[in-house]
Design a binder for this molecule. Structure first.
Ligand code: IPM
Ligand code: MG
Length: 357
């Protein structure tokens, strides 16, 4: 029997509730499709700080390295917000990305027909949206050196460095070109080349790759314009290729096109080794433990894990189809509720998804 080793990282806030739902579904899918999943659960983020003092304990990192795929829920809690940087939950996630060399972050944004009315934008603007953000994840200003703080008698200055090497740009661009080949063959690379040197190099390298891949239509856009175009006419985009910081900002904006960030999955991949699959949303501490969380992004992240990480395509299709069925049946968590629909809690949505498989 095919066997896959999965590390589950429930993390903080609503993390444990949505992990529970995803795990039950994964178990059922493995039974239906005749493969075996071996789960290991580990701590990360605030939960790990409370237990060990570190947001990414060495045991967690080691277990992740030895797995076939990692399914993470969310990290972050107000309780830890004022701790020094090395003890913040987010630092654990950044260390995990760095430790596993997860340089390619992939965030697909597709409209669910049944949810079109929950978008804050007009139906005609969002109805054809089907884009994918390819964000560089282990370099750029998030990791650039030098960085720090200089304190003098007179003033305090803090700084970070946005830097990319040609190899780093090539590596992430290659991922975008590969993805584009199986889609509409369109890449829009987003930078700030009218101002930043780092963006000028970014543009040169993307252009170089474009010349070697004539079947792909490559365009460039400044990030400020891209932020505007994403709400003006989002269906012009197919594959968006961009750096770490711009990708962070634009992927949240793109996520909202669908009406709820509670629907958006993501994958973070390296050239070899396990990928990390996680919802785009955060830990929503305000509703943690209240059975109100939307587990769909987590469930769709599990589907991405099945498809990309474990090559269990049939199970991935079944899981996405189950999400579709539940939405079409008018069942919604609170974040997606409007008049004619039936509101269910996180657990009950999980039960409905199980029935739909
Ligand atoms: C994301 C998040 C993270 C990021 C935070 C939690 C460090 O916003 O995955 O987009 O900035 O990359
Ligand atoms: Mg973000």
């Amino acid at each position: 029997m095919r066997e896959h080793k999965i590390v589950l990282l429930p993390g903080d806030g609503i993390g444990p509730e949505i992990t529970y739902v995803a795990k039950e579904l994964l178990v059922k899918l493995s039974q239906v499709n005749g493969f075996q999943l071996i789960f290991e659960e580990h701590i990360i983020g605030g939960a790990a700080i409370d237990e060990t003092g570190s947001p990414l304990p060495i045991n967690t990192l080691e277990a992740c390295k030895n797995s076939d795929a990692i399914l993470m829920a969310a990290i972050g809690s107000p309780k830890h917000d004022n701790l020094p940087r090395e003890k913040r939950p987010e630092t654990g996630l950044l260390a995990l990305r760095e430790g596993l060399n997860l340089f390619a972050n992939i965030r697909p944004v597709k409209i669910w027909k049944s949810l079109i009315e929950s978008s804050t934008l007009k139906e005609e603007v969002v109805k054809d949206v089907d884009l994918i953000v390819v964000r560089e994840l282990t370099s750029g200003i998030y990791f650039g050196k030098p960085k720090g703080r200089i304190e003098t008698d007179k003033s305090t200055r803090a700084f970070n460095t946005m830097s990319y090497s040609d190899q780093e740009i090539d590596q992430i661009a290659k991922v975008a070109f590969e993805l584009a080949k199986n889609r509409k063959k369109k890449i829009c690379s987003i930078d700030k080349a009218n101002v930043l040197d780092v963006s000028q190099l970014w543009r040169e390298r993307v252009d170089l790759m474009a010349r070697k891949n004539k079947d792909i239509i490559v365009s460039h856009m400044y990030v400020d314009n891209a932020a505007m175009q994403l709400v003006r006419n989002p269906s012009q985009f197919d594959v968006i290729l961009t750096g770490n910081l711009f990708g962070d900002i634009l992927s949240d904006e793109a996520a909202m096109l669908t009406g709820s960030i509670g629907m958006l999955p993501s994958a973070s991949l390296s050239t070899q080794g396990p990928g990390l699959f996680e919802p785009v949303h955060g830990s929503a501490p305000d509703i943690a433990g209240l059975d109100k969380a939307n587990p769909m992004a987590m469930v769709l992240s599990a589907a991405m894990m099945l498809r990309i990480g474990l090559k269990e395509t049939k199970a991935a299709d079944q899981l996405e189809e189950a999400v579709n069925k539940v939405l079409n049946a008018g069942l919604r968590t609170a974040d997606l509720m409007s008049k004619p629909f039936t509101e269910l809690g996180c657990r009950d949505i999980g039960k409905e998804l199980l029935k739909a498989i």
